[in-house]
Each structure stands twice: as structure tokens, then as C-alpha cells.
Design a protein around this ligand. Structure first.
Ligand code: DLL
Length: 433
């Protein structure tokens, strides 16, 4: 399979649109004839496959949501017969039934190819040794990254999550040059490497992190701590897994693998497409999937899109770093707040470590917000006044970012939980009845 968008002389946007249009028509036909649920959904709005002739007809198609996957649990949206499904992944989610996805052999090949493109974009080659420290199992992170690293020709070390000390030992002994894991886990790995005095004993030069919202400041902090290049990789199991999009050396948005996944940004309120550059909900239509093709899948991820050519020369659309998911958004005293706003504010300050927890309660019908922040050890040996000053300063910075007063509790390094998978930054104890 050609890695066409890797070359600097890649497809023009017009050529890409023609390809996308053709693939869309084919995918809609395939879905209509192979998935009863979609056939009925299309018939309910009087839509026949022939009504979709090119990209301009996209907005005639109905949306798909996570509820559609749950309602058809486990295999109701599969378009290929079980005999052609070679792998299943599932995400448990915190509420409701698991969402289950299936892949044909070709889907797995395309997935590996997409991860290879992403890794190549990050500078990984067959000369690299890459530790995959995403969880292996039903989560798409581990196996998705694994097949991509192998397909790139690099050497994969399938660490999975859990044993940080062993991971660092192997990193040193094997001369590991690349790592794939969640950014919060990499931060924990970095702290352990530094604490062990091992920074000069490792050869790590590239990290490809994703699976959770994180800030540009955190990416830069990881680069500085580990003296490497760090990249942002995005994906979701419903659409494929890691590798749907990835940033390049310019870090000006994540390039979408647009020949396989057609992106749209819509308003979550009106459900209408919104102009490029404006923040809205990201929606994907798969263009080449066989196992579980999805039409206009609402990801709930909030971003904006830029279809201008990147400084790196790639013409594929770029989506901006994610602000968060619409369902991560906290409504605190009527104000919409994303944990990432608090993270960005904390990372502006010196003396704070990028570990925090937001605890929300409701007392006498009023939301109370406590932000627990780890700060450097030295503040605890200094005068109490210094601690109070820092606490007030952090409170002011957060208030400036979210417009709300919060209680700040400073805690010593390593007090808060560390995560080797997706990090949890919010404990919401409010009961809504
Ligand atoms: O997290 C797939 C993945 C694995 C992506 C490894 C990247 C690396 P799910 O468990 O289905 O799949 O979760 C998908 O995670 O809708 C986003 O909300 C969030 N997410 C994934 N990557 C990023 C990222 C995997 N780079 C959900 N930035 C998505 C922000 C991300 N959020």
C-alpha cells in the first residue's frame, strides 16, 4: 500500500476530494446493503444509496452516535460476516454497555498503514526500537500501536502498562529510541527516570503520545524533561484506534488520514456543519472500513479544522489540539469549564508540577471546587507564608482562566495518583436528581 501522504509531493486537495467522493459513494452503498440498522435509518429519512453522488451530498446522511453502537450491541453494526472479522476491540466506558468494534484483515492492514504514516511523520524509521506502553487487550492503544510499529519496520517492545521500573531497565538495556504511551504516563516515567539518575543512560529520542486530552505546555514539558521530540497522536476505537490523526514537526494541528476518514466539524447545538477554524464537534465518516463502517459518527471531541497546506508540505486537513470532550465539560456554577483550561493555567506557573485533581462537591446547592496541585518539595521546607503565597497565586491564575474562584490545596510531590492508562483529573461528587 502506498504511503502517499508521506511524500512531500502529495495529492492536491482537489484530487483528494475526488478520491473521497468516490470512496464515500462506495462506502454508503456497502453500508446500505450490509447493515440492516443503517438501511432502516436511511429509509426512515427517505434516503437511497443513489442519493449520495459526491461529497456535497454528505450532509444528507444521518448521524451515528455511541448510543447506536450500544443499541446494536454487540455486532449489530458489523457489515462483514463473522468469518471475515479477524479481531475485536471494545471500550468499556464508564457508563452503559461496552462498545464493540470488529476488523477485517484489510481493516487491520489499513490501520497499520495509518499508524506507520503517523510514526513516519514523527521521524520513526526501521532503525528505531520502540516501546509500546499503551495497554494491550480490548483497548485499541496497545495492539494498534504495536502493528503500526512493526509495519514501519522498527523493532517493537510490547511493554503494555504497569511496570515502570522494568520499562526503564529495558529502555536502558535495549537502547530504546521511541516510546508510545499516554502523556500522563510518560510524565510519570520521566519523573522516575530523573529520580533514578538515569537521564544520561537512555537513548529515547521520540515519544508519540495520545489517548487523552493534554495541553501543548505539557508536550513541551515532556520534551524538556526527557530531551526528546514529543508528538500528539489521536484516534478512537469506533473509527479505528490510534492513528486517525497525528501532528508533525511543526505542531500546528494533527493531520487527518483523510483518504480513510472524512472529517466534519458541526455545531453540537444545531447539528449543522460549521466553518473551518471554528470550534465544534468532530464527526467522522469512514471511507474504506469493512468490519464496522460508520457514517457521520459524532465523536464528542471538540476541535476546529484547517484545510490549508501545512508548513511541512502535507495537504491533509489538520485538526487543532483537543480542548476536551463535550462530555468532559464541567458545568460549575453555570460556567462551562474544561479540565484542560485548569491544566494549562497550572503549567503557566513555576513551582507547580503537572499533577492535579479537581474535586467538585455541592454544598447548600452551591458548587464547591477544590483543585489539589502538587508543588515542588522546596515549598514545604520554606516558610508557611511562601506556601500561602503560592496557593493564592495559583487560585488567581485559575480564576483568570475559568472565571471562578476555587479552593487550592497544595500537596507534596507524588501525593496524587499516577495513571498508566488514561488519566483521571476530575472527581465530581455532586448528585443531580
Ligand atoms: O484512546 C485510541 C488511542 C490509543 C488514541 C492510543 C491515541 C493513542 P478510545 O479508548 O476509544 O481510543 O478513546 C477515544 O480518547 O474520542 C478522545 O476523547 C480521546 N483521545 C484520543 N487521543 C487523543 C488525543 C483511544 N491525542 C477518545 N488528544 C477520543 C485528546 C484524545 N484526546
Amino acid at each position: 500500500m502506498a504511503v502517499w501522504n508521506e511524500a512531500k509531493e502529495c495529492m492536491s486537495r482537489d484530487e483528494l476530494s475526488v478520491l473521497q467522493g468516490k470512496r464515500l459513494v462506495k462506502q454508503v452503498n456497502y453500508v446500505y446493503h450490509n447493515v440492516e440498522y443503517y438501511r432502516k435509518k436511511m429509509q426512515a429519512v427517505g434516503l437511497e444509496p443513489g442519493d449520495i453522488r459526491d461529497l456535497s451530498d454528505l450532509d444528507k446522511l444521518p448521524y451515528t452516535t455511541k448510543d447506536d453502537l450500544r443499541d446494536t450491541y454487540p455486532f449489530g453494526l458489523f457489515a462483514a460476516p463473522q468469518s471475515e472479522i479477524v479481531r475485536i476491540h471494545a471500550s468499556s466506558g464508564t457508563t452503559g454497555k461496552a462498545t464493540v468494534v470488529g476488523y477485517t484483515r484489510r481493516d487491520i492492514d489499513i490501520w497499520s498503514e495509518c499508524v506507520t504514516r503517523a510514526l513516519t511523520q514523527c521521524g520513526i524509521t526501521s532503525n528505531d526500537i520502540v516501546q509500546v506502553a499503551y495497554g494491550y487487550g480490548l483497548f485499541t492503544g496497545g495492539l494498534g500501536a504495536h502493528y503500526g510499529v512493526e509495519n514501519t519496520g522498527a523493532t517493537v517492545v510490547p511493554m503494555s502498562t504497569g511496570n515502570t521500573k522494568k520499562l526503564i531497565t529495558m529502555m536502558k538495556d535495549f537502547g530504546v529510541t521511541g516510546i508510545m504511551c499516554t502523556p500522563s504516563y510518560l510524565l510519570h516515567i520521566a519523573e522516575t527516570i530523573i529520580e533514578q539518575g538515569d537521564l544520561d543512560n537512555i537513548k529515547l529520542r521520540v515519544a508519540v503520545c495520545g489517548a487523552e486530552p493534554w495541553t501543548e505546555k505539557m508536550r513541551i514539558q515532556i520534551e524538556e524533561k526527557l530531551r526528546l521530540k514529543c508528538f500528539d497522536i489521536y484516534g478512537l476505537s469506533e473509527i479505528m484506534g490510534p492513528g486517525v490523526a497525528c501532528d508533525c514537526e511543526y505542531h500546528k494541528g494533527l493531520h487527518v488520514q483523510e483518504d480513510h476518514f472524512l472529517p466534519e466539524i458541526i455545531s453540537a447545538e444545531t447539528l449543522k456543519p460549521i466553518p473551518d477554524g471554528e470550534v465544534g464537534e468532530l464527526v467522522f465518516t469512514t471511507l474504506t472500513k469493512e468490519g464496522i463502517p460508520l457514517l457521520r459518527y459524532r465523536t464528542k471531541d471538540l476541535t476546529s479544522i484547517d484545510r490549508t497546506t501545512c508548513e511541512c508540505g502535507r495537504t491533509t486537513a489538520r485538526i487543532a489540539r483537543f480542548k476536551g470532550r463535550s462530555d468532559d465539560m464541567l458545568v460549575l456554577r453555570g460556567v462551562n469549564v474544561f479540565p484542560s483550561q485548569i491544566e494549562a493555567a497550572l503549567l503557566e506557573m513555576s513551582g507547580t508540577l503537572p499533577h492535579y485533581m479537581i474535586i467538585v462537591d455541592r454544598v447548600n446547592n452551591l458548587d464547591t471546587i477544590e483543585v489539589q496541585v502538587e508543588v515542588e518539595e522546596r515549598f514545604f521546607s520554606d516558610e508557611i507564608r511562601e506556601l500561602e503565597r503560592l496557593s493564592k497565586q495559583i487560585g488567581d491564575v485559575i480564576k483568570g482562566a475559568i472565571g471562578l474562584a476555587v479552593k487550592v490545596k497544595l500537596v507534596e510531590p507524588k501525593t496524587l495518583n499516577r495513571f498508566d492508562g488514561k488519566a483521571v483529573h476530575v472527581i465530581d461528587n455532586r448528585v443531580f436528581d
